[in-house]
Design a protein around this ligand. Sequence first.
Ligand code: ASP
Length: 324
Amino acid sequence: MKSQLSRLAFAGLLTAASLAGAQDYPTKAVNVIVPFAAGGPTDTLGRNLGVALTAPMKQQIIIENAGGAGGTIGINKVAKAKPDGYTLLLMHIGMSTAPSLYRKLPYDTMNDFEFIGQVADVPMTLIAKTALPPDNLKDLIKYVQANKATINLANAGIGAASHLCGLLFTSAIKTDLTTIPFTGTAPAMTALMGGQVDLMCDQTTNTTQQIKSGKVKVYGVTTKARVASLQFVPTLSEAGLPNFEVAVWHGLYAPKGTPKPVIDKLVASLQTAVQDATFKSRLNELGAQVVSKEKATPDSLRTHLQAEINKWAPIIKAAGIYAD
Ligand code: ASP
């Protein structure tokens, strides 16, 4: 009885201590895992978000790149991290497509995380090495169909946004292409500019500058409407692939079990960050949009993630693609 009581007292002390710790959070730098290579679109978003979070968090935000397997390696790292608020995850639409693309994932998408909020929406662009002959989408489709044995498509692995967009493209033109996976689309972009790979679908946060400086060819943007910072680029829909539409949304997550006061602090800080004028305009220059304060909430992220899982599952199933 006595030992049971002292165990209870000890547990109570521990809870009180961790709650007190949670109230003081954060007392040191916070790591945000970006599950792709440095220099790519998710990394760019993460670094801009990190700057915008620094003031409300009153701590430094450190971006840690953990690329591989379409982001699932980095996602799993966060699922298994200590739930103390010092390891977070920034991940895009791939959070919702990986459950359909992988036969088995090492984490449970809906149950291994605490949801903090949505962060930003980023259009994609279909781009090519400058030496690829076609200059518009209609010619590209004919060219790819006629040369499918030799044309390849770069991506950041199965589960990446570049993979999903490439899959939608090859399904729409009913032509399978060889894919070349990288740990992120930053190294894929280097290979594309160097002419080692032919085609890629990637976020405007990584492609805007290369398109504007003529280092890559562009065939269209993947959103319903043209992108303000790339007005001269048609939508893929208007250029010849009706209803082709995908925009990459991003969310901020913490490991399951992160204390509520810590999540509350993160949500409040994210809401301040998404209203930060510099963060917004920097993303606008790159064709992207920071979400409204209303979307930067746990409920909004959870609901959106579930809706996106439900949306992509039948599309991926129809495409017949699985990874082990
Ligand atoms: N844009 C990449 C993707 O295809 C990821 C990255 O490198 O940020 O998902």
